[in-house]
Write a protein that binds this ligand. Structure first.
Ligand code: DGY
Length: 330
């Protein structure tokens, strides 16, 4: 007699995705998980997210606050996979308490964020956005040789990198070998390899601020780095210095920065991040000619975002299936 083996039905873990994903990522996730996703154009409203999370094992997202309120409601949640290297949106202590693993996407974005850092350095020092507007509004002739619109040199100047992690090193390499800059850095720990490779000099924060032509902030946002740069720090910078922030808006006291720019304590700023995102329409920074702004797009090239998405997908699958390595943040 022939016994037909009953088809074994494995129950796939459920996940929720709050961001648009490519077909490749969706196919990969669907192999291992039952997937639901937010398809609205705006960010998912908090209450809808909380409802959606009631039955899921994993959440793939970016920047959404993972706190006690959410963890309480999401009683089956085992993992939150962040599509970013920064994870200041995680309340790590609460996540540990609720046994929820948090993951991020390191390594794949370092060079891309370093490129954007240099784009901001160059755009601020050579006044690219201002000049672009003048040319496009038919002002080539009156401005072409006008000293008023001349910029400052990037090459052979001094860069001060605050936060010499992987991205900091990628910035230091560009600075040293691409632009012949002197590299200063401030970091929790000394980086002997970076010192050797890029002739980077370790400084205390005040000396770095006093000596740098470009002060580049790349540190993660933690309780220790919140408002690391404030009124006192801006006063220490050169009047010709540019301040470049590619970390998080809250590492800087934004009011103090606005004042420093208005009072010409510093020459200009290049900003990828803001205290409040999306930046508020009436933020004075948006009216300043000497400030170049972009909307938190440090990692936003197609190739890098695809790589980040896939890495975040692999992280969530690895946690839920117990196979593969995981970029756990704690
Ligand atoms: C991140 O991934 O945390 C960075 O902000 C990239 O832009």
């Amino acid at each position: 007699m022939l016994f037909l083996k009953k088809e074994e039905k494995t129950v796939k873990p459920k996940i929720y995705v709050t961001l648009p994903i490519s077909i490749e990522v969706e196919n990969y996730l669907s192999e291992y998980c039952e997937l639901s996703k937010w398809t609205g154009e705006d960010r998912i409203p908090r209450e809808i997210l909380l409802q959606e999370l009631e039955e899921v094992d994993g959440l793939l997202t970016s920047g959404i606050r993972i706190d006690e309120e959410l963890l309480k409601r999401a009683s089956k949640l085992k993992v939150v996979s962040n599509v970013s290297v920064g994870y200041n949106n995680f309340d790590v202590e609460a996540m540990k308490e609720y046994n929820v693993i948090g993951t991020n996407t390191p390594y794949v974005l370092d060079e891309t964020v370093a490129d954007l850092t240099f784009a901001l350095i160059l755009a601020s020092a050579r006044r690219i956005t201002e000049l672009d507007q003048l040319v496009k509004t038919g002002n080539w002739n009156p401005i072409k040789d006008d000293q008023e619109i001349f910029g400052l040199d990037v090459h052979s100047s001094t860069i001060g990198i605050i936060g010499m992690g992987r991205i900091g090193e990628a910035v230091a390499r560009r600075a040293k070998f691409g632009f012949n800059m002197d590299v200063l850095y401030y970091n929790r720990n000394r980086k002997p390899e970076a010192e050797e490779k890029y002739e980077a000099k370790y400084c205390d924060l005040d000396s770095l601020l006093e000596k740098s032509d470009f002060v580049v902030l790349l540190t993660p946002l933690t309780p220790e780095t919140e408002h690391l740069i404030g009124e006192r720090e801006f006063k220490l910078m050169k009047n010709t210095a540019f301040f470049i922030n590619v970390s998080r808006g809250k590492t800087v006291d934004e009011k103090a920065m606005i004042r420093a720019l208005k009072e010409k304590e510093i020459y200009g700023a290049g900003l990828d991040v803001f205290q409040k995102e999306p930046v508020e329409k009436d933020n004075p920074l948006l009216k300043m000619q000497n400030v170049v702004t972009v909307p938190h797009i440090g990692s936003a090239t197609t190739k890098t975002r695809d790589a980040m998405m896939m890495r975040a997908a692999q992280n969530i699958v690895a946690v839920l299936t117990g196979k593969g390595t995981v970029d756990s943040v704690y």
